[in-house]
Design a protein. Sequence first.
Length: 264
Amino acid sequence: MKKKVVLAFSGGLDTSFCCIYLAQDRGLEVHSVIVNTGGFSENELQEIEKRAYALGVASHAVVDETANYYEGCIKYLVFGNVLKNATYPLSVSAERVSQATAIANYVKKIGADYVAHGSTGAGNDQVRFDMIFNIIIPNVEIITPIRDLKLSREAEIEYLQKHGVEYSAEKARYSINKGLWGTSVGGKETLTSHETLPEEAWPTQVSETAPRKVELRFEKGELVGIDGENLAPVKAIQKLQAIAQPYGIGRDIHVGDTLSLIHI
């Protein structure tokens, strides 16, 4: 009987590679799981599920952590006006603990022998995932194919093509992480500080220019209403994002130990 591995799956290039590699090269039974922290629509989740099964996973699961993520993290970031270096919103980085914890619990639920993620070795996400896994599931081995094999995105595409999986080089140009508190975009322009991300690379392009007035209502520091409509905080944040993103509101470029572009 094949041993089980739970793969943190997003449907992007890195985790698509991991699906094939873990099954074909490592001989493991792959069980993919995506943790939704508020950045995916139902249609997007369905497309990711289709992709997972097309890549040959034994099972695929969606764990919705949006409410827990808000209650356990985001509202305290709001209350404390928490920004890294007083400028950088903790968007994607903050959600990794929620995601890693949910994945670790899923590993225990299905009794997997391994857990895998697609971190490349750049940035701090790898540390966040590894740390949480070592705390919650210390006896489960962590596999990180992209990091361990030191693969370029071109090499990943070539590998997938050799295994009959077509992956567009154009689509692979950018790595996008979506969550309730923001979206980060990574690509060749974010490897240095002298290039600007092209408009088409943003998940939502600027399409609105006409002035618009928006009325926000807060209770005890939490957003609970927009334009007279009462909303739970999570729904209110998502609705405000839908209003603001077409105006390009919330875009920022962070240059530090890593370079990223944020779309709140």
